[in-house]
Each structure stands twice: as C-alpha cells, then as structure tokens.
Design a protein around this ligand. Structure first.
Ligand code: 13P
Length: 340
C-alpha cells in the first residue's frame, strides 16, 4: 500500500470548489429513474445518459470524481474512449461502486446488511486495472419502531471496515458510506441519535481494521428530519446538528466528508452544504457526493430526447456549479431562479 498515493487521491476527491458525482445507480435503480421520463432502460440509453453527464461542458470545473457502476466502467463515449479514460483526461477521477446491495439481515426484521465482501480483493484488482482510483460501499440504516438495533449497526460497520481495508490494500481510496435513511416520519433528534451511534460504530471498526484515515473519504447522511415528519427542522438546524454530530466522531485526519443527498430536493441539498461551509473553521473539507440532487433536474431537462441533450447537459453543469459554490459557502437560494 502506498500511503502517499492514497492520501493524494483522497485530497483530490475533496478539493475545494469540487465534489463527486454519484452515477453508480445499479441497473434496477436507473430503470426507476428512466421510468420517470418514460425512457426504456436499454444498455445504449444508459450509456448515452452517462455520456451526457460526463461530457457536459463546464461540469468538470466542479466535479472532482465520478462513481461508476460495473456496467458503466466498461462503457465508452460515442467516439470510442472508455469512460474511465475520458474522465481522467478531463481531470475527473474515476471511482467504482463495489458493494452488492443491502439484503435483509437474517434474524433482524426490517434491517439490512450490505453484501459483497467475498471475492472483493480480486474485483478491486480488476477495477484498478480499468482505471478506478476510489471505490464506494453503502451501508443502509433504516429508522423505524425498534430499529436500528445495535447489532444491525455493528454488523454494517464491520463490513464497511473490511471493505475499506481491502481497498487500501489495493491502493484504492474507500468512500465509507453509512447512510441513515431519511425515509419515515422521525424527528431530527432521532436522526441525530442514530447517526451518532452509527458513526461511533463505524470509526471504532475503522480503527480496529487499521484503516489509514488520511486515505479515505466519509460519505454520511446529513442529520435531518424524516421526509414524512410533520414538523421538519429548518436548514439552519440541519446544518448545526450535522456539524455537531460529525465533529464528535470524525477525526481531523480524515481529509474530507462528501455528503449523500438521500432524497433531499436539489436546492435543499445545496443550501444545507453551503450553510455548513459558512460555519468555519472546519477540521475537514466538506463537499458533496450527490446522486439524485445532481441528476434529477438534468434528467428531467433531457427527457430522453436528442433535441434536448444540450439542455440536459446545461442543467447538470449548473447544478454542479451551484454545489461547487456551496463548498465555499457561497451559494444562496436566490441563485436558483437566476438564468443558467
Ligand atoms: P443520493 O445522493 O441520491 O442519495 O445518492 C448518493 C449515493 O451514492 C447513494 O449511495
């Protein structure tokens, strides 16, 4: 393991003004996204949509890296350049989702465990040869009556740390993603309590597995009210609770934290990030690793039609730029209504 190289990549992933595009939707998830614009999920449609995002003029100024899916890392641009190569040439680091999804945790109704450790070492070797320099593994913690249990949290934290160790062994920076879901009607206080317990378990396991903290990126949820909560906490409260929680658990040796959007609207996710970045000094770089909050409006603007391809690219580049501003605390909600 070359520690300097791991630290160099991790720092580049969270460089000021930039963030990560999560474009690693599994075939099932991207089908749901395409359903919303009534586009059939063929391999060519998936390829051309990813090309739309990766080649959007101007987007690379605010995108440090892109998380790809197994199918996508093997695909090419229209003119035959493999996606990882295209991204690297344009200053965006290619990454890869390596988990095999959250499956029901036997004996623990309502909880899941993320699979994908068996054979992971060999898959990492192949992904590295295809150009990946970082990876992602998502653990899912749901909040409902009686869950999560501490056993469920511990099992997921353990798997995350084993994944991270295998990544670093293969000179791949692990994005460690423990996602406390915002589905449901729980309060922000309950989200804070569960996020505290989750991060506590995750960092304990990372220490136990001898993870090199300077060579990883944390991808957490924000501390936020459940989507169906009757009285949702305002943006300033989300920013405050999220920072309070992270400061209690994430050592300054970790170079950066890149949030998931988790079902927040695009504007909400950008505002929360910007508010947090105004609350300096911060011990780590705070940025985005959004999927939906970067793509939803672009997907709608494109609508799957050739004549609106450029409109989709323009909208994606706009969202990337606004989030880039948010990493410096320079975004404000009024910017949403300004022309692209
Ligand atoms: P969302 O930002 O849409 O939550 O996706 C980010 C991600 O990569 C989830 O694993």
């Amino acid at each position: 393991m070359n520690r300097n190289e791991l630290a160099r990549i991790a720092q580049a992933m969270v460089a000021k003004g930039k963030g990560i595009l999560a474009a690693d939707e599994s075939t099932g998830t991207i089908r749901k996204r395409f359903d919303a614009i009534r586009l059939e999920s063929t391999e060519e449609h998936r390829r051309s949509y990813r090309e739309l995002l990766f080649t959007a003029p101007g987007a690379e100024e605010a995108i440090s890296g892109v998380i790809l899916y197994d199918e996508t890392i093997r695909q090419k641009t229209r003119d035959g350049t493999p996606f990882p190569q295209y991204l690297t040439q344009h200053g965006m680091i290619p990454g890869i989702k390596v988990d095999m999804g959250a499956k029901p945790l036997a004996g623990f109704p309502g909880e899941t465990i993320t699979e994908g450790l068996d054979g992971l070492r060999e898959r990492l070797v192949e992904y590295r040869s295809l150009g990946a320099r970082f990876a992602k593994w998502r653990a899912v913690i749901d909040i409902a009556d009686g869950i999560p249990t501490s056993f469920g949290i511990e099992a997921n934290a353990h798997a995350l740390a084993r994944y991270a160790a295998l990544c670093q062994e293969n000179e791949i920076v692990p994005i460690v993603e423990p996602e406390v879901l915002m589905d449901g009607g729980h309060s922000i206080e309950r989200c804070e309590e569960v996020t505290n317990a989750t991060l506590n378990a995750v960092f304990n396991q990372l220490f136990g597995h001898r993870i090199y903290l300077e060579g990883m990126v944390l991808k957490p949820n924000m501390v936020i009210s459940g989507k169906k909560a009757s009285n949702r906490a305002p943006p300033a409260a989300v920013a405050e609770a999220t920072l309070r929680t992270l400061k209690r658990h994430v050592p300054p040796a970790v170079p950066g934290i890149a949030f998931l959007s988790g079902g927040q609207s695009s504007a909400e996710a950008t505002l929360h990030l910007s508010l947090m970045n105004r609350m300096s000094p911060l011990p780590w770089s705070l940025t985005f690793s959004y999927g939906r909050a970067l793509q939803d409006t672009a997907l709608k603007a494109w609508g799957g039609k050739p004549e609106t391809y450029a409109a989709g690219q323009k909208e994606f580049a706009r969202r990337a730029r606004l989030n880039g501003l948010a990493t410096a605390g320079r975004y404000s909600s009024e910017m949403e209504s300004q022309a692209a």
